[in-house]
Design a protein around this ligand. Structure first.
Ligand code: ADP
Length: 436
């Protein structure tokens, strides 16, 4: 409040001087003095205001460019100079930190794009420009899907489910394979992170090709060896029990190796992106009767096998692959269930999903193994698996087949009581008008 009265000091001074002149001279002279004083005051403030306005209009607001002031304006301009100095300092700090951030992001191998709530590009770093064929200066505020047009990316963005990354192959400008991860943040904004995985993919393809080639090359020699072993086993001259035992063991091991090679080749084929899914409507009821008959002959009457078909239906799938997945689960149930055990093969449509399950009253599996069963060569009990003719690849094959059909495998088991392996097919794979 004191400041207010201080600011009015010059008005009071003029008024007092004019009043005194009015007393000692004429009242008119006093009024004229007062008017001249006030006019001078108005001119003084107007001149400073104009100088201030002109300063506001210039582009370079440095403290030195602030005009010099007199009286109260000297104070105001001094405060303004201090304020501008502080502003410039914090601006410099922000610029420095922004440059630091830009050099950090430029040094990162990953591309970063900031998207707004409608998936328009707000900012991206130079790596993302290279990865996605974007030009920040030209494409800012553009929809990201105008730049990255692959259908898989458009669908990924539309679903809004970003818990798993997306692999994008063959980008527009380069033969790149990118791993795209989207992280939502703030006010429905998104951070898109792109990573170049072209070289990893190349190594992965080399690994796959190597396994496929080795397995393929091993196939013929094994067939020849097995042929001769079978021929020798049938020779009447071989009566020495030691020789017979050796021949029997060699034949058994060769058959095991042949099974391994066949399973490795199946896995390689399933992993190959070139091998497209040969899908068509498969009548579940027919397929189940086929594999049920197979299961009966595999068990040779040692188990009680039941087939429980709750609904008829068709699935859009590769018949061979479906058959292989179902047979693998049934053959496991037979191999890991002791004699007189019960096995139930069931098919039903529940909550819009197609469910195929195989339940057994076999040895069961401890909980800690369940999540790892679909890994290649993972066995709970390797000696049992070998004894029963297992390769350790059966469930890995099942998992690959299910992935190709967007289906899921659920496993429940209790040691000593039995296991349930259930395959869930998504609604889109069911042919709706054909089941009742
Ligand atoms: P394998 O050829 O060894 O059977 P799989 O990949 O088919 O290989 O199965 C992996 C492991 O899972 C098996 O070694 C076995 O320990 C376990 N397993 C699979 N199915 C069953 C089942 N029905 N009951 C008990 N254990 C099972």
């Amino acid at each position: 409040m004191f400041g207010f009265w201080q600011r009015l000091g010059s008005v009071f001074l003029i008024a007092i001087v004019a009043f005194l002149i009015g007393i000692f001279n004429e009242a008119l002279t006093g009024w004229i003095t007062f008017s001249i004083g006030m006019l001078w005051l108005v001119l003084h403030h107007t001149w400073h205001l104009t100088a201030f306005e002109q300063w506001l209009l210039i582009s370079d607001h440095t403290p030195s460019s602030i005009p010099a002031g007199r009286g109260i304006w000297d104070n105001i301009f001094a405060h303004l100079a201090r304020f501008v100095r502080m502003q410039n300092q914090s601006q410099q700090l922000i610029n420095f930190e922004l440059k630091q951030l830009q050099s950090v992001t430029a040094a990162m191998p990953d591309g970063i794009v900031i998207l707004d709530e409608n998936n328009h590009i707000e900012w991206c770093d130079p790596v993302a420009e290279k990865h996605l064929g974007v030009n920040l200066t030209l494409d800012v505020d553009q929809q990201i899907t105008n730049m990255v047009r692959q259908q898989s990316f458009v669908d990924y963005l539309a679903t809004g489910k970003f818990n798993k990354p997306l692999v994008l192959r063959q980008m527009r400008h380069h033969r790149l394979t990118l791993l795209i991860q989207i992280v939502p943040y703030g006010n429905q904004q998104k951070l898109l992170i792109s990573r170049d995985i072209t070289s990893y993919e190349r190594i992965e393809i080399m690994r796959r090709d190597f396994i496929a080639n080795v397995s393929h090359e091993l196939r013929t020699p094994l067939t020849v060896i097995n042929g001769y072993l079978e021929m020798l086993s049938g020779e009447p001259d071989i009566d020495n029990s030691m020789h017979q035992y050796a021949l029997h063991a060699m034949t058994e091991q060769t058959i095991r190796m042949q099974r391994l090679v066949e399973d490795l080749l199946t896995l390689s084929r399933l992993e190959s992106t070139r091998d497209k899914l040969n899908e068509r409507p498969v009548k579940i009821i027919d397929l189940l009767h086929e594999i049920y008959n197979e299961a009966q002959s595999l068990s040779s009457g040692k188990h009680k096998i039941e087939l429980d078909i709750k609904n008829e239906g068709q699935i859009l799938a590769s018949r061979e692959e479906l058959r292989s997945a179902f047979s693998n689960l049934i053959s496991n149930a037979i191999r890991y269930t002791p004699e007189n055990g019960e096995i139930t093969i069931c098919w039903e449509i529940k909550e819009g999903k197609g469910m195929f399950s195989v339940c057994d009253t076999g040895v069961g599996i401890e909980q800690e193994h369940i999540s790892r069963l679909t890994e290649r060569f993972y066995r709970v009990d390797s000696s049992r698996s070998r004894e029963t003719g297992g390769t350790g690849l059966g469930l890995a094959i099942v998992k690959h087949i299910l992935n190709r059909h967007q289906a899921r495998l659920k496993i429940k088991s209790e040691v000593g009581k039995g296991s349930e392996f259930c395959i869930q097919f998504p609604e889109k794979r069911l042919i709706l008008n054909s089941y009742n």
